[in-house]
Write a protein that binds this ligand. Structure first.
Ligand SMILES: Nc1ncnc2c1ncn2[C@@H]1O[C@H](COP(=O)(O)OP(=O)(O)OP(=O)(O)O)[C@@H](O)[C@H]1O
Ligand SMILES: [Mg+2]
Length: 308
């Protein structure tokens, strides 16, 4: 990771609210699924996003790729604010931002050969390529993700779960993206296969300089794979740090609970400690929104009563 580089993706004050309809169909209030989330991801970096079910991880993943745009806040990708783009300009950008999901079977089309599925990316975005060029490119992609190119004519049901996820990864890298959102990409796979897919993601990162937002419940895998980790709690980031700092020295009570560390016995004492540590200069509060920098690059949310 080249830490000095400009971020690939820069998320600022992102919120996503869903309307809550009352049972008679009238206008209700809103559900705040994600609230005021800010983070950067640098070239070649993997940022992990962890938090319990329903904390808003997938919502953030869909918002940063504009599959389900944010209610508020901005997402800058390679220096361009995505919400300002026309539909046509967004289509061009979309090739550089890809997503890999938990369930490769659902992502694939059961009636389309896996080769055609990967080739579709070229059909949609590269009208300059001939049929022969597409076939050759697909074969190259299959090799790169560890599939035999001669399997390109087969259909999704003829593959194992791990192989299907490799097909999805082949499609994700087809258009040479710089950023991939991986939303629980190994959660549906056999444990024995999970490490292989993670290793593939790492190899591709090294070869292609990819940045990842890696969403996962698997805290050990997140530590292994991610350079930095953001902890999400009820739609807010409560802690963001380099992986080792987060795992070895978790500061927020929720992070400690999540990591299964010893619970903090006296909340008042902990609040006082956090407040003392959070006497950071105001200029340091830029990246994290409500977060304060308690050590270089280690951001923690302060309890509301301690906020200035
Ligand atoms: N389209 C929607 N309309 C209303 N509420 C939604 C919608 N999508 C998500 N939510 C709600 O937003 C919250 C966050 O959901 P999200 O799927 O982002 O959580 P998650 O952290 O990815 O959970 P999981 O770990 O189970 O995948 C949840 O309470 C969910 O019910
Ligand atoms: Mg999810």
């Amino acid at each position: 990771m080249r830490a000095s580089d400009e971020p690939i993706i820069s998320v600022r004050n992102l919120s996503k609210h869903y309307p809550l309809r009352s049972w008679w169909g009238g206008k209700g209030s809103v559900f705040r699924a994600v609230e005021n989330v800010s983070f950067d991801i640098r070239p070649g970096e993997t940022l992990g996003l962890v938090g319990e079910s329903g904390s808003g991880k997938s919502t953030i993943g869909r918002a940063v790729t504009m599959l389900n745009p944010p209610t508020e806040g901005s997402v800058a990708f390679e220096g361009t604010n995505l919400s300002m783009l026309s539909a046509k300009a967004m289509r061009a950008k979309r090739a550089r931002i890809q997503t890999v999901f938990q369930d490769p079977y659902a992502a694939l089309n059961p009636r389309m050969s896996v080769g055609d599925y990967v080739s579709e990316a070229f059909k949609l975005h590269r009208p300059d390529m001939s049929r022969a060029e597409r076939r050759e490119a697909v074969a190259g992609l299959f090799e790169r993700v560890g599939l035999e190119p001669r399997f390109a004519g087969r259909f999704p049901h003829q593959f194992s779960g791990g192989q299907r996820q490799r097909v999805c990864i082949a499609r994700a890298i087809a258009l040479k993206p710089s950023f991939i959102v991986a939303d629980e990409p190994i959660a549906a796979l056999d444990v024995s296969i999970q490490a292989q897919v993670v290793n593939l993601l790492q190899d591709l990162q090294a070869e292609l300089g990819l940045s990842y937002l890696f969403i996962s419940h698997d805290l050990r895998m997140v530590r292994y794979l991610c350079h930095r980790v953001a902890v999400l709690w009820r739609g807010r980031i409560v802690e963001l740090a380099e992986s080792d700092a987060l795992y070895d020295d978790p500061r927020h009570p929720y992070t400690r609970r999540l990591l299964g560390a010893v619970p903090v016995p006296v909340p008042a004492v902990e609040r006082a400690r956090l407040a003392a540590e959070s006497a950071a200069p105001a200029s340091a509060i830029a990246e994290g929104g409500d977060l304060v920098e308690v050590a270089p690059g280690h951001w923690v949310a302060t309890p509301p009563e301690d906020r200035p």
